[in-house]
Design a protein around this ligand. Structure first.
Ligand code: FDA
Length: 583
C-alpha cells in the first residue's frame, strides 16, 4: 500500500478521549488527523456523569457553555433512589453527586464548576466539531487495521469502509483512543492486568414520559431491587435518566457472560415494564445492546511513539461515573506535552511523564469502579434477597422489613447502613480530584506531600504541592470574580505570585526568552489587575506572599517556590528545563 497521507499525529477514535485529544492538539496548532471506523460519533448515551474537573477542562477547551447548555444540571441529579420498581415501593434514597447538604461546600470550595449530566452522544459531536473547527482533519468510516513504528514515526494502515480501499497514514505519533477492545493497544503490545467480561448487562435506550414516577425525586439513577435483579451485570436493575424525564436508559443483567441473550422489542419491553412497574406507560424503544463489566487496565500507556488513552487502557463498570471523565483527562494531560515536543520546544522525554502520571490513574479508576460494585450486595442482603432462590420468599422477606418487630428494626438499620455505604459509588470527590502526579514533568520543592486529613477517596484535599491540580479560589479581575484556574491554562504556562514577588515577572520573561515558551505572570494582590478580596489565593497558595507557583498548561502545579530570591530567574529556568526535558 502506498503511503498516501501524512499527519503529525494520528488519533484513532472519536470518543471522549480521541475527540478531546484531536481538539486539544488542533487548538495548539498541531497537524492532527482523527479517524473513526463508524460513519459518525456514538449513537447511544453511554457515559454521562461529567465531573467538576472535566467541566474545567471543557471550559479551557472553549466548550463549557455549549456543553452546559446540553447537560442536565446538578440539582436534577441527586435524589438517588432505591426502589422495587419506579411505580413500586421506595426502599430509601442517597443524595449523590455533591448534592448532600453537608458535602455541598466541599464541591463548591473545590471548583468553580458543578457536576452535571451530559450524555456521551451529545458530548462527542461537540468535541469532534470543535476539533474540526480548529483545523483537525476528521475521517469517519475509516478503520485502523495495524501499524508499524520506526525511529521517525508510525505507519498505520487503515480501511475506508465505504469503498474497501486500504491505505497508509504516516504520522510522528499514533494515539490509541479506540475503546475497550483497542486494536492499537494490541499492536503496541501494552501490558494489561485484570479480566474482561466479569459479568453481562443489557442496555435498553427508550422514550417514555416517566415524570409522575420521578419528578418529585429528581435523580440520574433509579435502582430497582427485585427477585432476579442480582443476576449478572451491575447486580441490580437501573433506570437511568438521559433527558429529564422522557428519555431513559435501562440496565438489566444476564446470566451467561459468553452468551448474551437474543433481544427483541418484546423481550426489551418485558424488562422495561418490570422495572417501571406499570405496563400502561407508553414506551418507544430506540435501541438495545449488551455489554460486559470489565476489570482491566494497562500498566504502561505508551510504547515508543504510540500512546493509548481512555477505555483502551482503563476498562471498568460505570459505577463512580469515571469513564468519560478520566478519558478526557488523559487526553488533556498528553496534548500540551505532545504539542511542545512537536514544536521543538521540549525534549521527547517529556512524553514519558504521560505514563508516569496517568498509569496510576488508570489503575485507580478500574479498581475503584469495580470495588464500588461491592457496595450493592449489603443492600440486597438487608432486603432479604440472599439465602433463598425462591422469588416468593424473596418478596416476603422484602415485605417483612416493614414489620414492627425487633428483627425487622435490625434489618431496617442494616439497610440504612448499607445504603449510606453506597456513598462510595457516587460521592468519591477525592478519586475525581486528588490526583498528585509524580514524574519528570513535576519538580519537587523538597517538602513532603501533605497527608490527607479525611478519606482520600471521598474527600478532595486542595494543595499546591507540585504535581497536584492548582487549587481553585475566587480572585477578582476588574472587580468581577474569576477562578484561579481561569488565570491559567489555554495551552500556556502561568506563574502566580503575590505582592513582593515582582521579581518573578522578570524571571518569567527570562525563562520565556530562553525556552521560547510563553509564561504568563499574575502578581495577585491589592492595587493589581488581579486582587484577592476574600483572601482565597492567600489561603490556597501554601507558599509565602512573594513566593511563586508555576502552573503547567494542564493547570497542574509543575513547581513552586516558598519565597522570591536574587536567583529567581535561575531557579525558574532550571524548573522549566526539567519540565521540558531539556538538557
Ligand atoms: P470510546 O469507546 O468512547 O471510543 C472509542 C472510539 O474508537 C470510537 O469512536 C470507536 O468507533 C473508535 N474505534 C474503535 N476501534 C476502531 C478502529 N479499529 N478504527 C477506527 N476507529 C475505531 N459509561 C458510563 O459511565 N455509563 C454507561 O452507561 C456506559 N454505557 C456504555 C455503553 C456502551 C455500549 C459502551 C461501548 C460504553 C459505555 N460506557 C458507559 C463506557 C463509556 O462509554 C467509556 O468509558 C468512554 O466512552 C470511554 O471513552 P473513549 O474515548 O476512551 O472510548
Amino acid at each position: 500500500t502506498d503511503v498516501i497521507t501524512k499527519a503529525d499525529v494520528l488519533v484513532v477514535g472519536t470518543g471522549p478521549a480521541g475527540g478531546t485529544m484531536a481538539l486539544a492538539l488542533a487548538r495548539l496548532g498541531v497537524d492532527v488527523m482523527v479517524i473513526n471506523k463508524y460513519p459518525w460519533t456514538a449513537p447511544t448515551p453511554r457515559a454521562h456523569i461529567t465531573n467538576q474537573r472535566t467541566v474545567e477542562v471543557l471550559r479551557d477547551l472553549g466548550l463549557a457553555e455549549e456543553a452546559l447548555a446540553l447537560a442536565a444540571p446538578n440539582d436534577l441529579m441527586g435524589e438517588n433512589t432505591y426502589c422495587t420498581s419506579l411505580a413500586g415501593e421506595e426502599l430509601g434514597r442517597l443524595r449523590t453527586w455533591g448534592t448532600q447538604p453537608h458535602r455541598r461546600s466541599d464541591y463548591e470550595l473545590a471548583s468553580p464548576e458543578q457536576i452535571c449530566d451530559l450524555p456521551q452522544n451529545l458530548l462527542e459531536p461537540l468535541l469532534v466539531g470543535g476539533a474540526a473547527r480548529q483545523g483537525a482533519r476528521v475521517r469517519f468510516s475509516t478503520e485502523f487495521l495495524r501499524c508499524e513504528q520506526d525511529s521517525d514515526g508510525v505507519t498505520s494502515w487503515v480501511r475506508e469502509r465505504d469503498t474497501g480501499r486500504e491505505y497508509a497514514i504516516r504520522s510522528k505519533y499514533l494515539i490509541g483512543a479506540d475503546g475497550a477492545n483497542s486494536r492499537v493497544v494490541d499492536q503496541a503490545g501494552l501490558p494489561l492486568e485484570g479480566k474482561m467480561g466479569v459479568s453481562g448487562s443489557i442496555n435498553i435506550v427508550f422514550e417514555a414520559d416517566l415524570s409522575r414516577f420521578v419528578a418529585h425525586r429528581p435523580s440520574v439513577l433509579y435502582w430497582i431491587f427485585q427477585p432476579g435483579s442480582s443476576v449478572g451485570g451491575m447486580g441490580i436493575g437501573v433506570v437511568r435518566m438521559v433527558r429529564p424525564w422522557h428519555k431513559w436508559l435501562a440496565i438489566w443483567g444476564y446470566e451467561d457472560v459468553a452468551n448474551p441473550p437474543k433481544i427483541d422489542d418484546e423481550f426489551a419491553k418485558g424488562i422495561l415494564y418490570n422495572l417501571i412497574g406499570d405496563d400502561q406507560v407508553d414506551i418507544k424503544i430506540e435501541s438495545f445492546s449488551t455489554w460486559t463489566v470489565n476489570d482491566m487496565y494497562a500498566t504502561k500507556l505508551s510504547a515508543g511513539r504510540i500512546f493509548c488513552m481512555g477505555d483502551a487502557v482503563h476498562r471498568h463498570p460505570p459505577t463512580n461515573g469515571l469513564g468519560s471523565n478520566h478519558s478526557i483527562q488523559d487526553a488533556y494531560n498528553l496534548a500540551w506535552k505532545m504539542a511542545l515536543v512537536l514544536g521543538g520546544k521540549a525534549g521527547s522525554d517529556l512524553l514519558d511523564s504521560y505514563n508516569a502520571e496517568r498509569a496510576p490513574v488508570a489503575e485507580q479508576t478500574v479498581t475503584r469502579a469495580n470495588k464500588s460494585l461491592g457496595c450493592f450486595p449489603p443492600i440486597l442482603e438487608a432486603l432479604g434477597l440472599f439465602g433463598t432462590d425462591d422469588p416468593e420468599q424473596m418478596r416476603r422477606n422484602m415485605a417483612s422489613i416493614k414489620d414492627s418487630t425487633p428483627e425487622a428494626a435490625d434489618r431496617r438499620a442494616a439497610l440504612r447502613t448499607a445504603i449510606d455505604g453506597s456513598d462510595f459509588v457516587y460521592n468519591c470527590h477525592g478519586v475525581e480530584m486528588n490526583q498528585r502526579y509524580a514524574s519528570n514533568a513535576v519538580v519537587g520543592d523538597g517538602t513532603a506531600p501533605p497527608q490527607y486529613d479525611r478519606d482520600p477517596e471521598l474527600f478532595y484535599q486542595p494543595t499546591s504541592f507540585p504535581g497536584a491540580r492548582l487549587p481553585h479560589g475566587w480572585v477578582a479581575r476588574d472587580g468581577a470574580r474569576v477562578s484561579t484556574l481561569a488565570l491559567c491554562g489555554d495551552g500556556e504556562f502561568t506563574l502566580l505570585t503575590g505582592l513582593g514577588g515582582e521579581a518573578w515577572v522578570d524571571a518569567a520573561a527570562a525563562a520565556s526568552e530562553q525556552f521560547g515558551v510563553p509564561i504568563r505572570v499574575h502578581v495577585i494582590g491589592p492595587g493589581r489587575p488581579i486582587e484577592d478580596p476574600h483572601g482565597d489565593f492567600a489561603r490556597i497558595r501554601e507558599v509565602g506572599e512573594n513566593g511563586a507557583i508555576l502552573v503547567r498548561p494542564d493547570v497542574y502545579v509543575g513547581w513552586r517556590a516558598e519565597a522570591v530570591s536574587a536567583d529567581a530567574a535561575e531557579r525558574l529556568c532550571s524548573a522549566m528545563a526539567t519540565i521540558l526535558a531539556l538538557p
